[in-house]
Ligand binder design. Structure first.
Ligand code: PMP
Length: 408
């Protein structure tokens, strides 16, 4: 007798999970990689990851950790004690925020920290103010936790930055959390100190919690500085959860180490959740992260220089592209140009009406992968990552330029 998987409707996926949409950014990247594997010459601006290898001393620390049998066992759920202590020290060094090691929970990447934070903070129906355009994972993580994401939009006229007035207008008695992100994925917006102070002060007055995602803290350009919200708005620090990780600063996306920092009771509760979901993060990856956060920021500074060069090249080239308008991104590694001027025009017999349709056309005809703004709650835009090699970057944008120049 053979067993078979039951695919009948009585076995269908739960409503909660069926409502989750695939990550558009990972889907675009997977499609580009599949085309490349099939021999197509695709250039992908889709992925949100540095193209550099992880710096050698970090890799060496992981190699040594592999040979230490202590790392072959389960370790504390909240993270290796030396990593939690190193993260606390690094947070004081980079942000000026004083925290105890006990306030740090090490997670499987910052994405997992986002998930844990909302799972721990939200009851069904609690609303979360999410600044739009937003990173595609946020609304899903909020909804999975039973919360309701409430988008508060900004566009290029304000540098994609949301002000207190817009936040206040969207705040209701059900609002529990403000999600604050600077530098922003996808827009590259970086909030100046006085705006962070105002937003943090407003959240404190309103009695809200703040989840602040600082994963791009070291990737700011044009003389801008990153500021940590709980440092500038100490009144809300007691109700603040800081999210960060090693992925972007140290070119470690594949190692899967992130963390959240928060008040003791939140960290304890999130640790309980993690103890049943994933246990501890891989010890080998944690040992690598210890080397990363204890080390200096020289490798990060070199990578930032390369990103800055690519950023300037991409902005210049996009500004020379038909139908495209590109504001200057000041952080992270993305351009977020408007492509509204290219919609409703005919290119090779197709007339895309939306940025999603235009992205399809660009992939089919120019073999260039971009993420359409629909994925970030902002139709009419493209997100292009400039975390790829200089030559590929120039070739990819040149293809885009040539294709869009055909628009009639
Ligand atoms: N926050 C933001 C804003 C991001 O862009 C990303 C990665 N795309 C993450 C968090 C997640 O990073 P990690 O790889 O550590 O899960």
């Amino acid at each position: 007798m053979t067993a078979s998987l039951d695919t009948s409707s009585t076995r269908a996926v739960s409503r909660r999970i069926a409502a989750v949409t695939e990550s558009a950014t990972l889907a675009i990247d997977a499609r580009a990689k599949a085309l490349r594997a099939a021999g197509e010459d695709v250039i992908s601006f889709g992925a949100g990851e540095p193209d550099f290898p992880t710096p050698e001393p970090i890799v060496e620390a992981a190699v040594a950790a592999c040979r230490d049998p202590r790392n072959h066992r389960y370790t504390p759920t909240a993270g290796l004690p030396e990593l939690r202590a190193a993260i606390a020290t690094k947070t004081a060094r980079d942000s000026g925020l004083a925290v105890e090691a006990a306030q740090v929970l090490v997670t499987n990447g910052a994405k997992h920290a986002v998930f844990q934070a909302f799972a721990t903070l939200l009851d069904p129906g609690d609303e979360v103010l999410v600044m739009a355009p937003y990173w595609t994972t946020y609304p899903e993580a909020i909804a999975l936790a039973g919360g309701v994401p409430v988008a508060v939009g900004a566009d290029e006229s304000t540098g994609f930055r949301v002000g207190v007035d817009e936040l206040d207008a969207a705040c209701t008695p059900r609002t529990k959390v403000l999600l604050f992100v600077s530098p922003s994925n996808p827009t590259g917006a970086v909030y100046p100190a006085q705006e962070i102070e105002a937003i943090g002060g407003w959240a404190a007055e309103r009695g809200l919690w703040v989840v602040t995602d600082e994963i791009y803290e070291h990737l700011v350009y044009g003389g801008r500085t990153h500021h940590s919200l709980p440092v500038l708005a100490p009144d809300v620090a007691e109700r603040c959860v800081v999210i960060n990780g090693v992925a972007k600063t140290y070119a470690m996306t594949g190692w899967r180490v992130g963390w959240l920092i928060g008040p003791d009771d939140i960290v304890k509760a999130a640790t309980n959740l993690q103890s049943h979901a994933t246990s501890n993060v891989s010890n080998i990856a944690q040992a690598a992260a210890v080397a990363a956060v204890r080390g200096d920021l020289s490798a990060a500074a070199e990578m930032r220089e390369a990103f800055d060069r690519r950023r300037r090249t991409m902005v210049r080239m996009l500004r020379e592209t038909t139908g495209v308008e590109c504001p200057e991104p000041l952080g992270a590694f993305y351009c977020f140009p408007s492509v509204k001027g290219a919609l409703g025009r005919t290119i090779r017999g197709r007339t895309p009406q939306s940025s999603a349709e235009l992205a399809e056309l660009v992939l089919d005809e120019a073999e260039v992968a971009v993420v359409p703004g629909e994925a970030f709650g902002a139709p009419g835009y493209f997100r292009l990552s400039y975390a790829l090699g200089d030559d590929d970057l120039v070739e990819g944008v040149t293809r885009l330029q040539k294709l869009l120049a055909e628009a009639t």
